[in-house]
Design a protein. Structure first.
Length: 198
């Protein structure tokens, strides 16, 4: 019973911290905000996470794991590498839209020097998929996979910020996923070979 309560408290702390780190960033989030949001004491917080850095590390690790799972799901789709790359970009956009844990992990990666960056959960896979698409002749010869990936990184960073600032419950063409899909299709329009579909 004690273990179950401890696990529940730990999850509560992690979610409260993710919400605060997502909204205010690492430097802008004092531990007092986290304990207030979680409805716990400072003693309960420091029992699980002795320092703010430990808490941020745990939030980042949780967000990275969620992103890895989303990446794995996109990679399992029985479609071409270019279609998988699109599915991966949309999966990342969906996670950023729906999960403060993932958004917090992305923000913490930028704001702290981290050994395990959030982009490591998806960026290499994206690069490999676009490299395979390039080898298959699905991208223009002058469009390098690296240049395409750089554009995708800018797209994902923009989607992260949009998801953070968007009105909750936005529907239709205003969702992060819809915007990511439109932006991807525009990127592909400029990068794809005209005689190949992707």
């Amino acid at each position: 019973m004690k273990q179950v309560r401890a696990l529940r408290t730990r999850r509560l702390i992690l979610q409260a911290a993710a919400d605060e780190f997502d909204r205010q960033g690492y430097a802008g989030t004092p531990l007092t905000c986290v304990i207030k949001a979680a409805g716990i004491s400072m003693g309960a917080l420091t029992f699980h996470f002795p320092a703010k850095q430990d808490l941020a590390d745990a939030v980042q690790a949780a967000g990275i794991e969620m992103t890895r799972q989303g990446t794995a799901h996109a990679l399992d789709l029985p479609v071409s590498p270019l279609a998988k790359a699109r599915a991966l970009a949309l999966a990342i956009a969906r996670l950023l839209e729906q999960s403060t844990m993932v958004r917090a992990a992305a923000r913490l990666t930028r704001e702290r020097s981290a050994d395990r960056p959030w982009t490591g959960a998806w960026l290499m896979c994206m690069t490999e998929l676009l490299s395979r698409a390039h080898e298959e002749g699905r991208l223009r010869g002058e469009v390098t996979p690296e240049a395409f990936v750089e554009s995708v990184q800018f797209l994902i960073t923009g989607i992260e910020e949009y998801a953070r600032c968007a009105v909750p419950g936005a529907k239709g063409g205003g969702t992060a996923v819809c915007r990511a899909a439109r932006a991807w299709d525009l990127l592909l329009y400029g990068a794809a070979c005209t005689n190949r579909a992707g």
